[in-house]
Every structure is written in structure tokens, then in C-alpha cells.
Design a binder for this molecule. Structure first.
Ligand code: SF4
Length: 318
């Protein structure tokens, strides 16, 4: 069988090379909220954030971390003969809790065959003592740590419009502090926010590259019912780009992105019944295939336009 040639750095392949076999992410759902929902930073959350957060595939958060891990692992082990796992704290803000609760949750996730903890949070919820504890845990348990930061866009005017409750500065601060501990960082971006243009897509790629981020997860904007964005959408106050334009934006983003950054996904997904708009009524994998097909056709690849760092204006003088 002819091997499929992929024009960007694919996460599943990266994991296989790093751990010697396929690794499965196990989602963990904690009973947490977010400072942008409970009034600490703002009420109601980011304009696109629904009641369930990001974890629609999760088990109930009434189960302990260990119960969720063991239940999911035993299912995946049977189904796929899986041997290695990443404990993925996915929903809402997983560092927004007391230090003692945080430590307990992290410890509980370190069961046999877990090779990594992946912790999703906001850039303004990164604190030194939490990072120090993770460092200690990673030594004790021989596991790697990845921090997933929601950013969505580097355009601070758009960040304000979607009520993120932080700007680019808090993101840069978080990245620099996490990197001192040697942890890897995954950044979430939405490439089709209604106020962003292609120039913002390019800047997203440039800033992630300049900061030597490790992973990126791209999402297409989906509009959930009962969200601020949903209301704006129903009133016709926002317009969305076409699927073809989204494909173009992803390709543009990848071309400007450092070839060292691993791509965890090219497009998001959400249950149809909860949304007013999702992925132009097209399966996520069809859009992924379209992006890959277009890149191949054009001889495009990740990093094709990655030539703007390291004093690039001096090149001709050397
Ligand atoms: S930071 Fe995340 S959890 Fe908090 S409101 Fe925004 S999208 Fe929702």
C-alpha cells in the first residue's frame, strides 16, 4: 500500500515516534469552572463558550479522577489493545482550584501506563507553586507534562470582542513561565473568528513560532445555542467565512508556522444538536482531507514561508 504523504507535522505520528507506539488521550472531567464565568474576571465566559465547556465526550465529573481514568482505560484497552495513555484534563480551567485539590487531582491521574499529563487552562491561571508541583510529580512518576493554553487569536481587539478576559500579554507571560519548567505547551486557536482577517492568521503563526510553542490545536468556530455568540449570530450581527476560505486560512497558517511545531488538529467538532452552526454541515474529516488534498496539489507544506525570524533582514548582508 502506498504511504500517504502528509505536508505537516502530525501529532499521532509524533506520539508514535516519542513513545514507540500509539498513545491514547483519556479525557478527565473535573467539577471546575472558570474565572471568566464565575465573576473573578468576568461573568458568562467567552462569548462562544457553552455550558458544557469543551468536554462533550467526557464521563461525569461526579466520578473521581482515578475512576474516570480506569473506566476509560479499560474500555480503550479492550477495544484497541492500547498500552500507553495521556491523562487529559480537558474541560474548563484545570488549574483554577485550590493548590491542595490540584495536587490531589494530578496525583490521582498518575496510574500505571500513563506517560503524560496534559492540562488545559487559561493563560491567567498559571502559578509558580502549581508548576513546581508538576515538576516534582514528573520526576517522581516519570511522566511528561503538557500545558494546553486557550488563546484563540493573537489579535487583542478580537480577544476583547469575544470576552476572553485576557490579552496577548498574559499569554506571553504564561508561556515564558511554563517554559522555564521544561514543560511542553499546546496552544488552541480559532482561525475563523468573525473579526479576524488573513493578516491575523499569519500573525498567529508567527507569534507561536517566535515563542517556540510545541503543539497547536486549530478549531473552526462553531456556534453553540444559548451563548452570547449564538445571540449575535441569530440577530445577524456576525458573518462567518466559507468552508473554502477556512481551508485557505489553515494552509496559510501552516505555511507561516515553524516546521518544528506539531499539529494536534486542523479543525474542531461539536455535537450538532447543541449548535446553531458547525463546520458548514460537513464532517470534520472531510474538511481535513480537503486541506491535505489542496496542500498536496499546490506543493504546499508547513513552514514554507517560515523565513521571518532570526534577523531575517540581515540575510543578504552575510
Ligand atoms: S476560558 Fe475556556 S472555560 Fe473559560 S469561559 Fe473561556 S472558553 Fe469557557
Amino acid at each position: 500500500m502506498q504511504e500517504k504523504k502528509i505536508c505537516y507535522k502530525v501529532y499521532s505520528q509524533y506520539l508514535k515516534e516519542k513513545y514507540g507506539e500509539k498513545v491514547y488521550k483519556i479525557p478527565i472531567n473535573l467539577p471546575v469552572t472558570c474565572p471568566n464565568r464565575d465573576g473573578t474576571i468576568g461573568y458568562g465566559g467567552c462569548s462562544y463558550c457553552g455550558e458544557k465547556g469543551a468536554g462533550f465526550e467526557n464521563l461525569s465529573n461526579c466520578l473521581s479522577v482515578e475512576e474516570q481514568m480506569r473506566t476509560n482505560i479499560s474500555y480503550i484497552q479492550k477495544r484497541y489493545k492500547a498500552k500507553k495513555f495521556i491523562a487529559y484534563f480537558q474541560n474548563f480551567t484545570n488549574t483554577y482550584m485550590s493548590f491542595s485539590t490540584f495536587k490531589k487531582n494530578m496525583r490521582e491521574a498518575c496510574i500505571d501506563n500513563v506517560v503524560e499529563l496534559s492540562i488545559s487552562t487559561r493563560p491567567d491561571c498559571i502559578r509558580e507553586e502549581y508548576l513546581s508541583y508538576l515538576k516534582e510529580l514528573s520526576y517522581q512518576k516519570h511522566i511528561n507534562i503538557t500545558i494546553e493554553l486557550g488563546l484563540q487569536t493573537v489579535n487583542y481587539r478580537t480577544l476583547e470582542k469575544i470576552h476572553r478576559g485576557h490579552t496577548l500579554a498574559e499569554f506571553i507571560d504564561a508561556v515564558l513561565r511554563i517554559q522555564k519548567y521544561g514543560f511542553q505547551i499546546c496552544v488552541h486557536l480559532i482561525l475563523n473568528l468573525p473579526w479576524d482577517e488573513k493578516i491575523d492568521v499569519v500573525e498567529n503563526a508567527k507569534i507561536l513560532s517566535a515563542l517556540s510553542i510545541d503543539f497547536v490545536k486549530l478549531h473552526s468556530l462553531y456556534i453553540e445555542k444559548n451563548t452570547m455568540l449564538g445571540k449575535q449570530y441569530k440577530k445577524g450581527e456576525i458573518s462567518l467565512i466559507t468552508k473554502e476560505e477556512y481551508v485557505e486560512r489553515v494552509i496559510l497558517f501552516l505555511e507561516y508556522l515553524s516546521p518544528n511545531i506539531v499539529i494536534q488538529r486542523l479543525i474542531g467538532r461539536a455535537p450538532k444538536e447543541d449548535t446553531l452552526f458547525v463546520n458548514w454541515n460537513t464532517s470534520w474529516w472531510k474538511i481535513r482531507d480537503e486541506i491535505e488534498g489542496q496542500m498536496k496539489k499546490r506543493n504546499s507544506f508547513q513552514g514554507r514561508k517560515y523565513n521571518y525570524l532570526h534577523g531575517s533582514a540581515l540575510k543578504k548582508l552575510l
